[in-house]
Unconditional design. Structure first.
Ligand code: ADP
Ligand code: MG
Length: 344
């Protein structure tokens, strides 16, 4: 029989809520690296060092020379929806920071053991916060340089099921290298260092020219097969490089799309680029594309994916048409596509 008075619905406690949210934001070690790099960028860091132990499951240390946090801010940074980046929903229309959901630190701390050490210029002493899936362990003063360092140990120790879904060390490392590479391209003025098991695996190129960065990050062979692409209209401007049709991959690992400086994945943009090649690409193969899109932020909805990986664009159709035509022109300049085919 059913007891009419018993209640089955209850509000989840904060640690459970965070673990559920973490499932969306923190899929794998590379997600942690992505979120922490974005925080460093938002804190105006010019130098970001990422040190990986194991393949990220053992330890990840991200050290930046950004503005740091006050003692008070450091104490609440791990709370869900704690953010210094927006106040109201309207702020999302003009969002220029990488973060805004106030979810990353809370999510990371719910699935790992975290130590944050941070100091603002205006404070003589820094703050150290130790936090894990059961909450804040300690908040103490600590001597440290201006900036922030976050050590993430034992990722997914509190969610063993998630840990089981991780791929091989090689795959997880490849994801981390990919995240750092994309950020190198997105932020040429920031110097990144990626150290894996004590070995420097990647260092930011010293040049701010995109092509030099591509050579550095993806190799000269890739760079040699590229042609420049430039496009400008009221709605959108695009600059960067796409590959001649002979350079293709079975996946989209050579496609880096930046929208207003944010590295994003976009089926729509990727499809439009591919369309511009007409029949020049073999089935199931993708061209390389390193493209910077500048679009009025009002036309970019960044709040469609918890990890902010995907964005939604207004004027989708027009933008796709523009991309197709930009790709055609770039390839035509290299006289690879017969003009007849282009001028129909
Ligand atoms: P969000 O980035 O969406 O605001 P996070 O959970 O990633 O949310 O971070 C919470 C807040 O902690 C940020 O809004 C910022 O004020 C502060 N913070 C996080 N990382 C750093 C950092 N590396 N340097 C300075 N402040 C930081
Ligand atoms: Mg963030």
């Amino acid at each position: 029989a059913c007891d009419m008075n018993s209640s089955r619905i209850r509000l989840l406690d904060e640690s459970t809520i965070n673990k559920i949210a973490a499932g969306e934001v923190i899929e794998r070690p590379a997600s942690v690296v992505k979120e922490l790099i974005e925080n460093s960028i938002d804190a105006h860091a010019t130098d970001v060092r990422v040190e990986i132990g194991g393949y990220g499951t053992k330890s990840m240390l991200i050290v930046d020379n950004g503005i740091g946090m006050s003692h008070t801010d450091a104490s609440i940074a791990f709370k869900k929806h704690a953010t210094s980046k927006i106040n109201r929903i309207e702020d999302l229309d003009s969002i220029l920071t990488m973060g805004f959901r106030g979810e990353a630190l809370a999510s990371i701390a719910s699935v790992a053991k975290v130590e944050l050490v941070t100091r603002q210029e205006s404070e003589l002493e820094g703050t150290k916060v130790v936090v894990d899936s059961s909450g804040i362990r300690s908040i103490t003063s600590a001597g440290t340089a201006v900036g922030t360092s976050i050590l993430v140990n034992d990722l997914f120790y509190s969610t063993p099921a998630r840990k089981k879904y991780l791929k091989s060390a090689r795959t997880e490392i490849a994801h981390i290298v990919d995240v750092v590479s994309r950020n190198c391209l997105a932020h040429p003025d920031v110097s990144f260092t990626l150290i894996i098991d004590g070995k420097v695996t990647l260092r930011s190129p010293s040049s701010v020219k995109m092509l030099d960065s591509i050579v550095h990050l993806y190799g000269a062979d890739v760079a040699r097969s590229l042609v420049p692409l430039e496009y400008d209209s009221d709605l959108i401007s695009i600059s960067g490089y796409i590959s001649k049709p002979e350079l293709t991959r079975s996946g989209k690992d050579l496609q880096v799309f930046l929208i207003n400086g944010r590295p994003i994945f976009s089926k729509q943009l990727s499809n439009a680029v591919r369309l511009g090649y007409y029949t020049l690409l073999p089935k199931g193969r993708y061209p390389a594309a390193f493209l910077n899109f500048t679009i009025n932020p009002v036309n970019v909805d960044v709040n469609v994916h918890p990890a902010k990986r995907e964005v939604r664009l207004s004027h989708e159709k027009e933008i796709s048409v523009m991309i197709v035509s930009a790709v055609e022109k770039a390839l035509a300049r290299d006289s690879l596509v017969p003009e007849v085919q282009l001028n129909k």
